[in-house]
Design a binder for this molecule. Sequence first.
Ligand code: SF4
Length: 474
Amino acid sequence: MGGFFGAVSKRDVILDVFFGTDYHSHLGTLRGGIAALTDNGFDRHIHNIENTPFRTKFESDINGISGKACIGCICDTDPQPILIYSHLGTYAISIIGVINNLQELTKEIINNSASHFGGMSGGRINTSELTAALINSKESFVEGIKYAHEKIDGSVSILILTDKHEIITARDKYGRLPVLIGKDGDGYCVSFESFAYEKLGYKDEYELGCGEIVKVTADKYETLYKPRKCKKRICAFLWTYYGYPNSHYEGVNVEVMRYRNGEIIARTDKEKNIAQNIDYVCGVPDSGLPHAIGYANESHIPFARPFVKYTPTWPRSFMPTNQNVRNQVAKMKLIPVTELINGKKLLFVDDSIVRGTQLRETVEFLYDNGAKEVHMRSACPPIMFGCKYLNFSASTSELELIARRTILELEGQEGEKYIDEYIDPETERGKKLRDTIAEKLKLDSLEYQTLDGLIKAIGLDENEICTYCWNGRE
Ligand code: SF4
């Protein structure tokens, strides 16, 4: 994944971009970068942030820089922002998203223009550089960005800082990720997370539409290319999992959505009359907690934290990038409160159940520590498809998904033919899938939020939300 923040103003904005970018640290673990337009031209810094927070790495870089236009990013893939010298001028560019046809596009550009790309370790091409090459093949930023959106299979939101003290930004074609503009008395900022600029004193000004291209200067922002008339597909996982609680997208706050989601799950449980003698409702830290608060509020069952995260030395939620080490880190971070476990009937809510590996270990641990019953609620339906639109860490390969592995175990490759039935919790296959996962995880009960419940909790038109992970709808 990744996130970006940029600002252009009548005053110095280096500190704004330093903190604004840092507030996107929950969205990526690999690289951080800043590019400022100073009196001496561009000043760009990129660091590996796998084991050190963004702020620590960039503190010394920003000392002594001043500039009224600056962009920054956090990302899980390539070093960014990169500096480009082209017929459109010199500019810094950063992107968020995924380019599935990276190799084909690279070949096409090399064959058509005899141009070249800087290689990275592992022989990869920097996705920002490829996007810049597509943009540069046209006569203006607008035409170039439209062309990049047209050619790229995947999703790309773009942040460009030009040498004319302006930011040009574009939201991805289907609006899978947010791009927002904030305003203060001296200028404007562009951000993925709304809370990042609110905390810095900017007020909400504008949220870009699908594929919209906007130019931002210290005096104003203007749409250079209107939102496409298309089906919007904003990522539902922004609310259930990776969006920051204080943020809002399309006017819907993340934390409030999570409470609503938990409430709906609790009401469904009540209607079904299941798991009614629970001692505590608990969230799997961190993103399961607000869904659990919603559940507890609705069910009037006390909320408790039988696990508390040890954050002083493990402050980051995604690190490191290696899955096995990440699992180990996740395990070390969670410290139990045995008094709240021993002899208790516990109902946990998690943001989602992806691979199920960590969850199985957690459940075993709870029983080892004397839990009488462990019930689990997933804040979203079973994940059936890996995300092909974003570089989203929770669902990379379909065979890693517990739901798909279980279907394979139940009826081999033949099961693929019945995916639609497995998706539907009301069918025999749908029920079988959910029961089998509950058995595998040794749970006393397992229920998933339904897709309808999830959409209701978000509160937007279902046609504006991406639900591909759960139902494969493009
Ligand atoms: S496929 Fe899933 S993770 Fe990807 S954009 Fe859609 S809802 Fe989000």
